[in-house]
Design a protein around this ligand. Structure first.
Ligand code: CP
Length: 363
């Protein structure tokens, strides 16, 4: 059974059904092998804090599991029945909070939601550590977003439940990176192979500053796990040092060919995947970085290239691209629900609630 609840595929001359960029089929990511349960079981009871805790095999099994959840109707099995998820958002969010909550509700779990920190004792000066101590009694798993990079450590001082980092200041956004690569692998499943022929390798462009933008940071870290499919990485940023020493060292160690430029026109016509972002919470407010780099339907994009963006967007990503096959950003956002479902089922060990006939798991 195919689950098309999240979006319908428009049938028209302009948006053909086989348009890979706009609506890649999750079943393209599922090969004949079943999903390796023993890999997913490593997530039971764990917290998801950084991309650094993943290896390629774990990312692949999570993405394959998410592809199965996207193409299978499992709500009737009530996989999260009896579980309470606390979504604690101390920074604004459209996609991350609502997709986590949609994931829970579609699996029949329950939610306690804090959409803004000011609705908690934080408004009276309460510490995150104390709020974390309270969470222990109220739920089974916590999803935290916060403007402070140190928020994860502070909450973990007292929290004994699994914690998912939904974006910590200028730190990381690891489940966003999973959603990013889920979209890329649905678009081009051969990028998961350990050997990718040179003509199929991608030139990956990153517009933004990985050193201070958490989504771009996590995306770059995860991209290094898939280096067999990458021909080159180009970082396009107005910053003199967009990577910082740690990421620069990682890129050098990866052996990948990479360059840093401040002019998108140097590379745009050769890029196969363009990952862009512009808004970051820096210090005490939102800043717009790299806003001079704009893409629209008239940009000099390679014919089969795709654009990703964690969103929200400003004018760097023009809506004229929305109805073109370059648009992978809506697939990226929609697919996040299934990535987050895969994480909940794995962390809370609810594999036994899945319908056996539809979910080919193997030990
Ligand atoms: N991708 C993302 O983090 O979006 P939100 O800020 O809307 O959650």
């Amino acid at each position: 059974m195919v689950n098309n609840m999240l979006f319908e595929k428009p049938i028209s001359e302009e948006n053909p059904l086989d348009s890979d960029g706009l609506y890649p089929d999750p079943e393209k990511l599922l090969d004949k092998d079943s999903i390796d349960l023993s890999i997913l079981q490593k997530l039971i009871g764990t917290s998801i804090l950084s991309v650094d805790q993943f290896n390629k095999q774990l990312v692949l099994e999570i993405c394959k599991f998410a592809a199965l959840l996207e193409s299978t109707e499992i709500a009737a099995s009530h996989p999260l029945d009896g579980k309470i998820i606390i979504t604690a958002f101390f920074e604004a969010s459209t996609r991350t909070r609502l997709s986590f909550e949609s994931a829970v509700l579609r699996l029949d779990g329950k939610i306690i939601s804090i959409p803004l920190g000011q609705a908690t004792g934080q408004a009276k000066g309460e510490s995150l550590a104390d709020i974390g101590e309270m969470f222990n009694a109220y739920g089974d798993l916590v999803v935290l977003r916060h403007t402070d990079t140190d928020s994860i450590q502070e909450m973990q001082n007292n929290l004994r439940l699994p914690l998912i980092n939904a974006g910590n200041g200028t730190g990381e956004h690891p489940t966003q990176a999973l959603a990013d690569w889920f979209a890329i692998l649905k678009w081009k499943p051969r990028l998961k192979d350990d050997e990718v022929a040179p003509q199929h390798q991608i030139h990956l462009g990153i517009l933004g500053t990985p050193g201070s933008m958490r989504a771009v940071n996590s995306f770059l870290r995860m991209s290094l796990l898939f280096k067999s499919g990458i021909r080159k990485i180009s970082i396009v940023s107005e910053m003199a040092d967009p990577l910082g020493p740690e990421l620069d060292c990682r890129l050098q160690k990866s052996g990948l060919d990479y360059l840093v430029t401040n002019d998108i026109n140097d590379v745009v016509s050769d890029l196969d995947v363009i990952y862009m972002n512009s808004i970051a919470f820096l210090g005490d407010s939102y800043k717009t970085l790299d806003s001079r780099f704009k893409l629209n339907a008239e940009s000099n994009l390679k014919k089969d290239s795709v654009v990703l963006h964690p969103l929200a967007r400003l004018d760097e990503l023009d809506p004229t691209l929305d109805e073109t096959p370059h648009n992978l950003y809506f697939t990226q956002a929609h697919g996040a629900v299934f990535i987050r479902q895969a994480l909940f089922i794995s962390i809370l060990n609810r594999f036994d609630r899945l319908p056996e006939k539809d979910i080919p798991l193997s030990n």
